[in-house]
Design a protein around this ligand. Structure first.
Ligand SMILES: NC(=O)c1ccc[n+]([C@@H]2O[C@H](COP(=O)([O-])OP(=O)(O)OC[C@H]3O[C@@H](n4cnc5c(N)ncnc54)[C@H](OP(=O)(O)O)[C@@H]3O)[C@@H](O)[C@H]2O)c1
Length: 212
């Protein structure tokens, strides 16, 4: 990477995360990192200097991650690169000898932890929440409207409330999200921004099964 970038790395208190933080910092990049061991983060900050921003965060905690993500964005802006590195490994043992609690912790950190760091919750049927999230994010380069619902049955089996829900989620939400995001996409990226919306052939097939 030629320019100075902002790089977020989870699990920087030891191992590969720590090594990446030190190397990226030595190459002039700004690093935001987390881990659960405070003393190790203090030590890393001492080595990296002012370009290191390290916080005690458990990535398995959605609440802690939300708080940290907001702090990183407020301080450094949106990151150029996110490395979901934090992970646990259970004791070396056959699966049937791994206690359920230990396995569950593994899933919390290695799977849910990645989702916590990478995603934000949004009910696309809630116009105010859409406006708020789009306002908090930097101008989008790509908007992919994928949320949708396919009623399982023919038109005759589809009650008006199902129809209304389908239209609200599949059509109105795409309008609402695109309408909220588009002005800043155009301003920032001119003609280079992209948005697309998911459509569904399956929906046509289930409501009109005789279609070829
Ligand atoms: N080492 C290898 O040979 C190897 C091979 C293939 C893939 N990998 C992958 O590379 C990554 C790093 O491996 P590593 O060997 O460097 O692991 P490691 O030495 O065990 O370090 C894991 C890091 O993740 C942090 N972490 C664990 N649970 C966390 C949590 N709940 N919240 C926040 N941070 C947490 C740890 O810090 P705290 O304990 O302070 O929280 C630590 O900084 C992992 O994703 C691993 O699966 C490694």
């Amino acid at each position: 990477m030629p320019d100075k970038r902002t790089i977020v790395i989870t699990g920087v208190s030891r191992g590969l995360g720590r090594a990446m933080a030190l190397e990226f910092a030595a190459r002039g990049h700004v690093i935001a990192g987390c881990g659960r061991t405070a003393a190790a983060l203090v030590d890393l900050r001492r080595q990296v200097g002012a370009s290191g921003h390290f916080n005690v965060v458990d990535v398995a905690s959605d609440r802690q991650v939300d708080h940290w993500a907001q702090k990183v964005i407020d301080t450094l802006g949106p990151p150029d690169l996110l490395l979901n590195n934090a992970a646990l490994i259970n004791r070396n043992a056959p699966l049937w000898q791994v206690p359920a609690g230990e396995f569950s912790t593994l899933v919390d950190v290695n799977i849910k932890g990645v989702a916590n760091v990478t995603t934000r919750r949004l009910d696309v049927l809630d116009d105010a929440a859409v406006e708020q999230l789009v306002g908090e994010l930097p101008p989008l380069s790509i908007l992919f409207n994928c949320a949708g619902y396919v009623h399982n049955g023919t038109i005759l089996e589809c009650a008006p409330k199902d129809w209304e829900f389908t239209m609200n989620l599949n059509v109105r939400s795409m309008y609402a999200v695109t309408r909220a995001a588009l002005p800043r996409m155009i301003a920032e990226h001119q003609s280079k921004g992209t948005w697309s919306s998911m459509t569904s052939w399956r929906a046509c097939r289930s409501s009109a099964p005789s279609l070829p």
